[in-house]
Design a protein around this ligand. Structure first.
Ligand SMILES: Cc1cc2nc3c(=O)[nH]c(=O)nc-3n(C[C@H](O)[C@H](O)[C@H](O)COP(=O)(O)O)c2cc1C
Length: 375
């Protein structure tokens, strides 16, 4: 990458004017964050097909996590209170998720948020899995039935986030594990740092990350979802921004202005990301593993829903959770896992867990509701 003095100044000035525009130096370094964009106005109907409540429910649903923040969902409004949640083929990650396993987990998290939000607006969201296999587009049929309010603090949906850095080494308290386990009914396992199982998971996570980063097609797929400039971030409102990747300070500013996504293909970049992942994998209080009984569409959507219910509780306990998924994506990792787990115990999430001293605010972007509601 060549930068001459003139273009350096031009870009530096552009970054400077951004700093004024968004009013904070931190934002100038890490780029466009969620708070820099206007929040969805929940007092107005969002699209021609949805009333105000429908729009609000889908806004909350869209705050769900997803692999590469690809937001693989679309929604079709069949009639006012009947919707289809679907999997958008343009938002699949075929290189790292060829079977749509993670796309369906993400759809499950979306469905869980939808159900919790619907409850607070007085509706029960009855859901039926209509897809017979993970490659169909229409996955869940939702019927909203007016049954009375079920309270849930929706702030939790707005404040949940994936945090990667700053994990403390403390072991996770028993009462916290008990609370997190509650929505997972015997399908959550905690391996405290330093235990044999935690060490194996740590090593496997690093090794499979290394394998994936060196796989050109997987790295190229990542490049497709990286949004380094504010212009791209605002245009797409998805993917991995500089803030989302927690590249902060001068480094963040530099990356936003002088690096382009294709630079992620360079050996030096790949090496840096492996080193960082190795450092992070060794931080924190250990690992959580979420398992399911099988790999059907029903199993995956259900696991995603339960994972989200758990993740929503983490912040108030000062717990950070980061999926580290490469172990479950690479051939080598999968073989190792299959050899060590009985049938009927299928790991779906590998999560690093740790306490934080200071919990940051969510930064990842979301598409507005009318971008993913289909006619
Ligand atoms: C199925 C799934 C897999 C994920 N895998 C990873 C991963 O391997 N590494 C990582 O840092 N984050 C991973 N994430 C977290 C997403 O990157 C994150 O949810 C997304 O960027 C949106 O950010 P947010 O969770 O802060 O809203 C995963 C999330 C889901 C739902």
């Amino acid at each position: 990458m060549k930068i001459n003095r003139r273009s350096f100044l031009k870009r530096a000035l552009a970054a400077g004017s951004m700093a004024v525009g968004t009013g904070s130096l931190v934002s100038a370094c890490s780029g466009l964050r969620r708070a820099d964009l206007p929040d969805q106005d929940l007092s107005k109907p969002i699209s021609g097909q949805l009333d105000q409540i429908g729009g609000a429910i889908l806004y909350y649903a869209s705050l769900a996590p997803s692999g590469h923040n690809a937001q693989p969902w679309f929604v079709r409004v069949v009639k006012n209170n009947e919707w289809i949640i679907g999997l958008d083929p343009q938002r699949r990650l075929p290189e790292v998720d060829p079977d749509n396993r993670e796309a369906l987990l993400s759809l499950g998290a979306f469905a869980e948020n939808l159900s919790l939000a619907a409850g607070t607006y007085g509706y029960k969201a009855e859901m039926e899995i209509i897809a017979g296999n993970p490659f169909e587009q229409d996955i869940i049929k939702v019927a909203l039935i007016n049954t009375g309010t079920i309270d849930y603090p929706l702030e939790r949906l707005k404040r949940r986030m994936t945090v990667k850095q700053g994990y403390l080494p403390d072991e996770i308290k028993k009462e916290d594990i008990r609370a997190l386990s509650e929505p997972l009914k015997g399908r959550l396992f905690y391996f405290p740092k330093g235990t044999e199982h935690a060490k194996c998971t740590e090593e496997g996570a690093i090794e499979n990350f290394r394998i994936q980063v060196n796989r050109d097609n997987a790295q190229q797929e990542l490049v497709r979802w990286v949004r380094l400039s504010n212009k791209d971030a605002e245009r797409y409102r998805d993917g991995l921004t500089v803030g989302g990747m927690e590249i902060r300070g001068f480094k963040g500013w530099f990356v936003r202005n002088f690096i382009n996504p294709q630079d992620f293909m360079k050996p030096s970049f790949r090496k840096q990301s492996i080193d960082l992942t190795a450092k992070l994998a060794r931080q924190g209080g250990g690992w959580l593993v979420i398992t399911s009984e099988g790999q059907t569409v029903v199993d995956l959507v259900d696991s995603g829903r339960r994972f989200e219910r758990m993740a929503l509780m983490a912040r108030e306990r000062k717990l950070a959770i980061q999926p580290m998924t490469q172990y479950l994506e690479e051939k080598e990792g999968l073989q190792q896992i299959a050899a060590n787990h009985a049938a009927g115990v299928v790991p779906q999430f590998l999560l690093r867990v740790g306490y934080l001293k200071n919990y940051p605010n969510p930064v990842s972007l979301r598409r507005p509701v009318d971008w993913f509601v289909k006619p």
